[in-house]
Design a protein around this ligand. Structure first.
Ligand code: ARG
Length: 587
């Protein structure tokens, strides 16, 4: 269905044409003087030059054509040549009724759905999730949902970090603690045990301990590097251990992502790309893309127009070892082979931007992707504490995601039970839902590329531009609807033209829904959805403050308001779903 803005523009185009002017001047925009009008058209000013006429004369000619418009209730030409517009109440309500009848509530579905792979999450095996991984998960999940809302095929891949030194460190530490394990017996030929020789808590203690040791003990670090090497060579005992580490760790990661309402279509990992490396390297050599530079194999990726130095992309180190780059390039090869995506989008910390510039240029230059395959880096800023420095625990350590969630939930729980009698279990569940909204909205309402301050107090507030405020408003609408249904059936029929300014203002906000979702996806900008639902919530609360819905005696009017509320709830719930959280029944 056509957007409300398109309908308004068509009406204006017709008026310009009837008055004898080119339609290209008929652009209509939202008014920047809401005290005077709702929309405005400044085209007469531009047309004045083309037609050598005073702009006000042109504006008057156009206005004369709109005397019996079905769209505008007031059309005014004002000096020096603006056209100020207000919409007819009946036009707006008719649009909302049309929206209700549309399966997608006016969101246009992509005509040629694209396959878009999203690389997000990026956790590292055996290392606990920390707040650095939070943003990637939250933003990536929302972009995936936005893409689906407009009809694209979105494939989310967690791209686990499982191929680094962390594996060697764990194995080395384990060997030191439990040398008797069969995994370390070189001549072992039996079957390795099915049970892992450690639990997740042990694993989470082993890694930091090993990592700390390696920083002060050269010998230990060398052992860990050797173990990593042996693992990558496929040493059976180490491979078996690696499998255990993977299973234990992935199970735990899945639980954590579930708590965040984040899910992935693919649980691919860096090691999955390794088999593609030898052939890729050979191909790069054969085609003269790569050359040796001080023993290392590199691909030059600088371009003439560069204003800063872009170093070559290193494919193999002088000792023949592959790098983070190599894995990412081989992953591109694998993704092209298995999914043939139209686009691969990476939601990663913006400090990795230069790195991705190198990888993308290298992939293009060496033709690992097709000419029209889009590679996009969506870098996000740092989540800072109130002191403006990267977010830490009170003790100054790295904050684990689990602990952060616990802290927020506790804060929410206190607010929910405050002065109210709610069942413990219900309150805990609600606290979890509202807590997640607080975190996600707090994050997503900022432009992704910017740093932001993680402020628990502000994020958990029920007032202002926060997740809890949005949920609170939606729950309020739901509870009005529930009250209504205690005595009456859900009404049929249509939404009537607005009966007050506040109702009209709400309707006009609701009418923007389709364009907002489409625009937010086009820019991969969930913050636009946040800004939108904040406006809708404010417009609703204003309307509700002035309108006695449940005690309204005119039944037709009451039915219409109930319909309006249902649509408003649906819009809010759809937006909340796109942002990746949920609305509780009560709050
Ligand atoms: N595991 C990496 C980290 O923790 C993030 C991975 C990002 N994705 C990628 N394809 N390189 O920094």
């Amino acid at each position: 269905m056509k957007k409300i803005s398109e309908k308004i523009t068509s009406e204006m185009i017709a008026a310009f044409q009837k008055a004898g002017y080119d339609e290209k001047f008929a652009k209509v925009g939202i008014s920047n003087r809401p005290d005077l009008c709702e929309y405005q058209c400044n085209g007469a000013m531009a047309a004045a030059k083309a037609y050598k006429k005073a702009p006000i004369m042109i504006a008057n000619d156009v206005v004369a054509q709109l005397a019996d418009s079905e769209v505008f209730s007031s059309v005014e030409a004002v000096n020096p040549g603006f056209i100020n517009l207000k919409l007819k109440e009946a036009f707006v309500s008719a649009y909302l009724n049309e929206m209700r009848a549309d399966t997608y509530l006016s969101v246009t579905q992509a005509e040629n759905p694209q396959t878009i792979m999203l690389d997000y999450g990026g956790p590292n095996v055996a290392k606990p999730l920390h707040v650095g991984h939070l943003r990637s998960a939250i933003i990536g999940e929302s972009i995936k949902r936005l893409g689906r809302a407009v009809g694209h095929k979105m494939i989310g891949d967690v791209h686990l970090g499982d191929w680094g030194l962390q594996m060697g460190l764990i194995i080395t530490e384990l060997k030191l603690r439990k040398p008797e394990l069969v995994y370390f017996q070189e001549d072992f030929s039996g079957e390795y045990p099915k049970e892992a020789p450690f639990t997740i808590s042990e694993l989470e203690e082993i890694y930091p301990a090993a990592s700390a040791k390696s920083k002060v003990d050269e010998e230990y670090k060398a052992q860990a590097m050797e173990a990593t090497h042996l693992l990558q060579q496929g040493t059976p005992g180490y491979m078996a251990l690696w499998n255990h580490i993977m299973t234990v760790s992935v199970n735990d990661l899945k639980k954590n992502y579930e708590k965040l309402n984040v899910s992935f279509d693919l649980w691919k990992k860096e090691s999955d790309a390794q088999p593609y490396i030898p052939e890729m390297v050979q191909y790069m050599k054969d085609n003269d893309y790569a050359h040796l530079d001080q023993g290392a194999l590199v691909v030059d990726v600088k371009e003439e127009t560069d204003t800063k130095e872009i170093p070559p992309c290193m494919i193999l180190k002088s000792d023949g070892a592959s790098l983070y780059n190599t894995t990412d390039l081989a992953t591109i090869v694998e993704r092209m082979k298995l999914f043939h995506p139209d686009e691969i989008c990476y939601v990663v910390d913006k400090r990795q931007e230069l790195y991705f510039t190198q990888v993308f240029r290298c992939a293009r230059k060496t033709k690992l992707v097709e000419e029209d395959t889009r590679l996009q880096f969506l870098g996000f800023g740092t989540m800072n504490g109130k002191d403006g420095k990267p977010f830490k625990t009170r003790e100054g350590g790295v904050m684990r995601l689990e602990h952060l969630l616990e802290e927020i939930n506790e804060e929410m729980y206190k607010k929910i039970v405050d002065n109210r009698s709610v069942k413990e279990e219900d309150a805990r569940k609600t606290a979890q839902m509202v807590g997640l909204a607080a975190i996600k909205y707090g994050d997503l309402s900022n432009q992704a590329s910017k740093d932001y301050i993680f402020d628990i107090e502000r994020f958990t507030s029920f007032e202002g531009d926060t997740g809890p405020y949005i949920l609170y408003t939606t729950v309020r609408i739901k509870s009005i609807l529930n009250k209504y249904m205690e005595t009456k059936e859900l009404p049929e029929g249509t939404i009537l033209p607005a009966a007050s300014d506040s109702e009209k203002a709400l309707m006009m906000e609701m009418a923007k829904y389709g364009s907002v979702i489409e625009g937010a996806f086009a820019d991969k900008a969930p913050h636009k959805v946040c800004a939108y639902i904040y406006d809708v919530a404010n417009a609703f609360n204003h309307f509700y403050h002035e309108t006695k819905i449940l005690s309204e005696e005119n039944e037709e009017q009451q039915k219409s308001w109930i319909q309006l509320l249902i649509l408003c709830r649906d819009i809010l719930e759809k937006c909340v779903d796109v942002l990746g959280f949920e609305v509780p029944e009560r709050m």
